[in-house]
Every structure is written in C-alpha cells, then in structure tokens.
Write a protein that binds this ligand. Structure first.
Ligand code: ZN
Length: 208
C-alpha cells in the first residue's frame, strides 16, 4: 500500500501492452488443433462449432467497450469529502494459467472541485481487465489511470480476487481470496482517511 504514482511514464512495459487484434481464423484453427491434441475429435457434433465459438470469445474478451473520455463535473464546496465506489465486478484472465479471475473492485478518491462520472470508474476497471493480467498489476493500473483522469494522486483502489487457478487447480482452495490495495497521495499519508476507505471498501467482503 505504499507506492507513489508516477503519472509521467508507465512503470513497466506491461502498461504499454494493450490488447492487439485477435486473428480469429487462426485462433479457430488452433483451438481445433488443441482439441485434437487432447484426444478429442474436433469434428464430432458437440465440438464442431467450438473452435469458432472460442475464437469469438477471445475476440470479445480483448475488445471491451471502448473507454469514452471520462467525464468530470465541476462541483465546488466538497472539501475533503471521501467518495467510495464499490461492488464493481469484472472478469479477467490470469496470465500464468489463462484461467478466469473475478475481480471485485472498490475505488476511493477525494474530489477537489471536480467529481468524475460514477460509471467511468467501472469502465476503467473493465478496460484493464480485458487483457491477460495479474491482480497486483491490474490494481495499480486502475489506480494510475484514475489518478491521471482526476489529475490527483488522492486515489485508492482495493481489489478482491477469486482466481480459478487457485480454486479449480493446483491447491484447489475454493474459499481463497486475494486482496490488493493501492493507495496514493492522502490515502498514503493520512491513516484516518486510509482506514475510512478500507472500512467502506471491504465491508461487503466480510460477509460475502
Ligand atoms: Zn493463475
């Protein structure tokens, strides 16, 4: 939870990796080959359309709705108010196993003269979920992008992840959840603000 935002340049090359164009025909072909390689008959009835269906899914996964320019609204007299937007669930793919992870995202910020349209937080989360990810990087990327849009480092992001690579393979721990927190600006320096954010952001996780 200690990290300063560097809004001048991405911190690692992964930030530059935005989803490329999916070669749907090639993916269709490769999924057919995969089915054959695991001992299946890709031509049998139940599987004949599977490669094309899987290819279409990959294309959709890498093409989340384009992020519209985030809208900020001028709103004076909000000095020091904490805003927390929680319950934003997105699906991503773990880059180590190509298995789904469900990420429950909460964002906190302190408006200074401007508030951001609420749905934009969800769109930013969707944008960074639509690529091969690890939860830690996703958390930072969402925080960095919101800080850029708001023009302020007073941003905190908490994410609770359920990873199929942990619950359905390997150790098979179904109840395991991973929580990551990225806090910048006042969320880093003000323990009271930080605690308020964590209490509100993680409230629903205590019972779920
Ligand atoms: Zn994994």
């Amino acid at each position: 939870m200690t990290d300063t935002l560097d809004r001048q340049a991405p911190r690692d090359s992964q930030d530059l990796v935005s989803p490329g164009t999916v070669d749907t025909d090639r993916v269709t072909d490769l999924v057919g080959q995969l089915l054959a390689a695991i001992g299946e008959d890709p031509r049998r009835e139940g599987l004949s359309d599977t490669p094309a269906r899987v290819a279409a899914w990959w294309r959709g996964f890498f093409s989340p709705e384009p992020t519209a320019t985030p809208t900020c609204f001028t709103e004076q007299h909000l000095s020091g108010q904490l805003v927390v937007i929680g319950g934003m669930g997105v699906w991503s793919l773990c880059e180590h196993h190509l298995l789904p992870m469900n990420l429950d995202v909460a964002v906190g910020y302190v408006p200074e003269g401007e508030v951001m349209g609420l749905s934009k937080f969800g769109r930013i989360a969707q944008q960074y979920a639509g690529r091969l990810q690890v939860q830690e990087r996703f958390t930072r990327q969402v925080a960095d992008q919101i800080a850029v849009v708001l023009g302020s480092n007073d941003v905190a992001v908490a994410v609770r992840g359920t990873h199929l690579c942990m619950s359905a393979r390997g150790v098979r721990m179904e109840a395991a959840r991973t929580t990551t927190v990225q806090a910048g600006g006042r969320f880093e320096s003000d323990p009271v603000l930080s605690q308020q954010f964590l209490t509100l952001a993680t409230d629903r996780w205590r019972t779920a």
